[in-house]
Design a protein around this ligand. Sequence first.
Ligand SMILES: [Zn+2]
Length: 465
Amino acid sequence: MQAYRFALDVTPGQERALWTHAGAARLAYNWSLARVKAVLDQRAAERSYGVDEADLTPAAGWTLPALRRAWNAAKNDVAPWWSKCSKEAYNTGLDALARALKNWADSRAGRRAGRPVGFPRFKSRRRSTPTMRFTTGAIRVESDRKHVVLPRLGRLKTHESTRKLARRLDAGTARILSATVRRDGGRWHVSFCVELDRTERVPARPHTTIGVDVGVKHLAGLSTGELVPNPRHLDTTARRMRRRARRMSRRVGPDRRTGSCPSKRWEAARRQVARAHARVANLRRDGLHKLTTRLAREYGTIVVEDLNVAGMLRNRWLARHIADAGFAELRRQLAYKAGWNAGRLVVADRWYPSSKTCSGCGAVKTKLALSERTYTCTTCGLTLDRDLNAARNLAALACEVIDARSGRESQNGRGADRKTRPRGPVAVKRQPGTAASAGQTGTVPPQDGTADHVPFRHHERLRCG
Ligand SMILES: [Zn+2]
C-alpha cells in the first residue's frame, strides 16, 4: 500500500462542488453526532429518574452501517438536496464519526492504548479540514497524465503530472483502492491509496552498515563522514511568518462574543499565513523524502537511535527546532523505505550512550554538554565532530549486535570483562511473527511495530562503513 498525492488545479465551478461535498460530509457527521448524543443524554436522564433499564429509549447504534441506515432514513428531511453530492461524501462523515465514537468507547473501556480519547465534538465550517473520500465509482487517472476522474466531480486537472502513478497503472502493478480529496494549505489535493506490486529491489551496497545520528545542529550525521545540514525552514521563514501573522492580527477577525464575521481582508491575511506554513511543510517533507530515499536505496543496514520525540517536544527551548527538523518523520520514512528496498533498519535503544562513547577506543564519558560540538576523547585523544562520532558508534553497534547474533562473537555475555564498551541493548526490527530476541535482556522494543522489515538473515556478512 502506498499513497500518491497530487495537487489539483480546479476551476471555480469544481471548487464549489468540492466545498459542497466537504460540507455534505460535515453535515452527515454533525447530524449523526447530534442524534447519537441526544439518545445518550435521553437515556442518562431516564436513568436518573429511575426508569427501568428495559424501558429506556433504545440505544442508537454507532457502527458505520447503523449510522448509515439512520442517515438514509432521515436524509430526505435533513438534506433534501442530498442527491447533488456523491453518497461517498456523506459516507466520509459517517465513517469519521463511527471511528471517533469507537475510539472514545474503547478508550473509556480501557481497550485502547495511548492518551484518553474524548467524546467527538462537532465539526465547524471554519476549523475543520474539508475532506471527502471516494472508495467506489469512477476513480481514474486519465491517460493524458494531467487529469483525474472522481465520482460526481468529474475530470479534475492535476497541478503536476500523474506520471508516477499512471505508469504503474498502465503496467498493471497498481490498483487504486480509494481517493481522498482534501484541502491543505489553501489548495486542494487528491491522494490515491494504492495497492502496489513491488519489484524486488536491492540496495546499492547491501552489505554496508550506516549509522544515522539525527540532531538539531545537523539534521543527520552519517557514519560515512557526511553531515547533512539542517535546513531549518521554520527559522528562515520566521520573519515572513511574523509579518503575516501581525498583519492578520491587525485586521478584523471573527469574534465569538459579538458573533461578528471576519472581514474579507482578515480572510486574505489568514490565507497568506496558511500558505507560509504550507510552504515550510512542503520544503521539510521534500528534504526528508530525498534524504531517506537516498539512504534506503544505498545501504543494506541503517542504524538509528530510538528517540523519545514526544518527550523531547516537551522541552520548550528545543521543541520548535525538533519539530521543524522532523525527527519522528525521518525515522518513520526510513522504516518503510528500508522495507521497500530489502534493507534493514536497526533501532538502537533509547539509553545507548551514542554521543558519549568514543568511536575510537570505546571509552564512555560521564558528561557531555549539548554545547560541545566536537568530541575529544580523554583516553585516546580522538577529536571528531560530535554527530559523526555518534553516527559511527551507531554503525559499530549494529555490526557488534549482528555479529553476536550470527554466533561469531560470544566472549562476554553481559559485558563484564569490557567495562568501557557498553553494548547497549538493540532492537533489530523484524517482521511480526518471527521470534524476536534482540541483543540482550532489557530490550526496549521499537514503538511502532507496524512498519514492514526484512527478516534478519543469519549468514550475511557485514562490513562496517
Ligand atoms: Zn577514545
